[in-house]
Design a binder for this molecule. Sequence first.
Ligand code: ADP
Ligand code: MG
Length: 309
Amino acid sequence: RTGEYCYKVYHDRDSICDGCLVAKTMEDGKIHSTEKTVLKPDGREARLIVYSTPIYNGNGKLSAVMEMATDITEVKKLQHELTYMGRTIAVMAHRIKNILMGLEGGIFVVETGMEDGDDAMIKKGWGMIQRNVKKVSGIVKDLLYCSKEREMNFELIDPIPVVQNVFELFEGKARKENITLDLDIPVSMPKGKFDPDALHSLLSNMITNAFDACINDATEDKEFHRVCIHSKYEQDGKYIFEIEDNGVGIPGAMGDCVFEDFFSTKGREGTGLGLLVARKIIEEHGGTIIFRSTEGEGTTFRAIFPHNE
Ligand SMILES: Nc1ncnc2c1ncn2[C@@H]1O[C@H](COP(=O)(O)OP(=O)(O)O)[C@@H](O)[C@H]1O
Ligand SMILES: [Mg+2]
């Protein structure tokens, strides 16, 4: 495309760009640089660092300007990943420190119980230890899903038994927390390509959130708290898994923030990774996750999987 204007070639414009570097150098004879995003011929975006340099003729007069652009897309990506990694490590170190404090507390209580021969005390301390070990393993599992470590293991399965498994896993907790847990699923679904463990994690994360939403709900106008797992197969080849709760709800202003890494409203109890993991798992299956919520009334998260064989 020799001979064409750079604004045409790079930006498909018919007039000079705002803040054009070449124009600036033409005017003041100095070197200028900037970063910008351009659309490559294949339709992908590229981040460029652009320099404009004056070229002087034998008489010391500015005769031309040379513009050089270097594609720094990969460098930018690495920079972004490094920042992300640094932040991840900082947040995780903090969370794990809190858990370790909980573990130490548990050990202290067990030791005191042993010294005093107090069985109730030992039991209490042991419970603290168990809870904190579970928290660590939850965090590590979520982190593994976030990193590339965990590749999907797809199998051709009917997802219903997985849903049933998850339901059974949460029945005890539901009873303990006084939450009605309902299951609304067909007997079976056509076989499709799923990673069974990942599907299990995804549903568990969503149900854990639904339970938290019920437990943290202070409104008194609800007769009871209820979480319902709905699954259906739609004839146009879609699997739908929905977790419906009548808990605290998500304020409209929060919007899609809930999917962001480390976004949590649960203070020390939250990792802010659950929905990030959920979305990652769904996207690796080629599906999507959406939710609708009314603050104070409840939330429904909906995971939609395409039927792949
Ligand atoms: N069913 C739900 N009802 C109300 N709020 C929810 C629900 N699910 C998720 N959220 C909000 O999204 C945030 C992020 O969820 P998640 O990524 O699982 O992290 P965590 O559960 O560790 O806080 C939660 O802290 C909560 O504010
Ligand atoms: Mg969660």
